[in-house]
Write a protein that binds this ligand. Structure first.
Ligand code: UD1
Length: 420
């Protein structure tokens, strides 16, 4: 079993480049099935979720060719069935996108209930509500979501909760639907916009992505195309927080600064010095970080996927910070692991009260999910002595060789084979 071993206390310094966005990649890869043609996806992150999804795509007949320059070619001309196997999708949340896209193109899809990180209940009722409103029959039998439609017809779908997954899934199903599908109360995350942009270069008619009303006008065919995935907002935020917690001076390249506004604003409030350029942000930490309160919200609010890393940072700051998680019902499981490093945090429901200046010290810990793993890495960078982080496979789901990137900034970090 692989572990990440960090000897903390080193100030991070230098330049790091972020990879393509995980949550855009895992939507755009299945979206390529919509075209009966060849698509080329550039700036692909080499992460486990992408690997898993590519395998699931191959199993249904898409020919996926990974090049060594972060480019994936997907040939969807020979898709030969519409049923994804449990084994191919069980670890990936985004497998649900196969449902919308296969249903839209072939009128039929069978996809096992999605896996992914465990943040409590992760319902898909809004996906089903949208597909059903468009004329599909959707049943869940023995853990498999089965959807069928002789034809899909555009309609108005109001999402009861702002859901990234439901917004994208309905958008995918609507590509070939008759007439106009209107998604109201849609998610506005950068990866929703990126998926819409990708579909539009293939000939789809998606308007309004990035606002809370998206209109999809059905078309009769899509063609292939080449598309470059946006940079990963969460990976960028993780390195920004790592710079802050080590009192470092790090420039994070290949970002879209607009996507980072909520993080830039919180780090600024904490006394970090921040400067931005066209595609970079420079973060300078110091020994006088002050606590802040953070509430996670759908975009453009503070992203829930940076909440655990932010908790780690608040352990170092002066004063008490309150974190309120409004997106997921149970996203504080990692806090028991942070406590092994000396964190002083009290959790009450969806609120965590973090007492700062915790004096973190190295320990044996385990990642409990992807961003929980990132939080442990961030905390370990600031902890005295050696921290050994197990369950690295979670971290690999969303970070491309995190140890290489942090190592290039001066962190003492290694990946080793070791039992925790
Ligand atoms: C996506 C991201 C995940 C991120 C989350 C919120 C991907 C692959 N994953 O997950 O990293 O943490 O957005 O930004 O992009 N909900 C319902 N019914 C539904 C769907 C969702 O009630 O049918 C609720 C969820 O329980 C949650 C909230 O809506 O409370 C947001 O979920 P959603 O945006 O759908 O998350 P995912 O798309 O699964």
């Amino acid at each position: 079993m692989e572990c990440i071993v960090i000897n903390g206390g080193r100030r991070l310094e230098g330049e790091v480049s972020v990879s393509g966005a995980k949550n855009a990649a895992v939507a755009i890869i299945p979206a390529a099935i919509a075209a009966n043609d060849i698509c080329v996806i550039e700036n692909l992150p080499y992460i486990e979720d992408v690997d898993g999804l590519t395998k699931a795509m191959s199993q249904i007949g898409a020919i996926c060719t990974l090049r060594d320059d972060h480019t994936l070619e997907i040939d969807s001309r020979n898709i030969n069935h519409c049923c994804a196997t449990y084994d191919s999708v069980r670890k990936i949340r985004a497998s649900y996108y196969l449902l919308g896209v296969l249903l839209g193109r072939f009128g039929r899809a069978e996809v096992p209930l999605p896996g992914g990180c465990n943040f409590g209940v992760r319902p898909i009722d809004q996906h089903i509500k949208g597909l059903t409103a468009m004329g599909a029959k959707v049943n869940i039998e023995h853990g498999i979501i089965k959807a069928r439609a002789d034809r899909l017809v555009g309609t108005n779908v109001y999402l009861d909760v702002v859901s990234v997954g439901a917004t994208i899934n309905i958008m995918l199903a609507a590509i070939y639907a008759e007439g106009v599908t209107v998604i109201e109360n849609a998610a506005k995350e950068p990866h929703v916009v990126d998926t819409a942009n990708f579909l539009n270069i293939l000939g789809a008619k998606v308007k309004g992505a990035g606002t809370d009303v998206i209109r999809v006008t059905g078309v009769s065919a899509l063609h292939g195309g080449t598309y470059t995935i946006i940079p990963d907002q969460i990976e960028a935020g993780t390195y920004m927080v790592a710079a802050a917690i080590t009192g470092g001076d790090v420039t994070v390249h290949n970002i879209i600064p607009k996507h980072m506004e909520s993080v830039i604003s919180k780090l600024g409030e904490m006394n970090c010095r921040i400067s931005t350029g066209a595609d970079f942000v420079r973060v300078r930490g110091n020994d006088n970080l002050t606590s802040v309160n953070v509430k996670t919200m759908p975009y453009p609010g503070f992203p829930t996927d940076l909440q655990p890393q932010m908790t780690a940072l608040l352990c170092k700051a002066k004063g008490t910070g309150i974190l309120t998680e409004t997106v997921w019902e149970n996203r504080f499981q990692y806090i028991n692991e942070l406590k092994r490093l000396g964190a002083n945090i009290k959790v009450d429901g969806r609120t965590a009260v973090v007492s700062g200046e915790a004096g973190l010290t190295g320990a044996l810990v385990n990642a409990t999910d992807l961003r929980a793993g990132a939080a442990l890495v961030v905390a370990a960078l600031a902890a005295k002595g050696e921290t050994v982080i197990g369950n690295v496979r979670y971290i690999d789901r969303g970070y491309e060789r995190i140890e290489n990137k942090l190592g290039s900034l001066g962190a003492d970090i290694q990946r080793v084979d070791r039992l925790v």
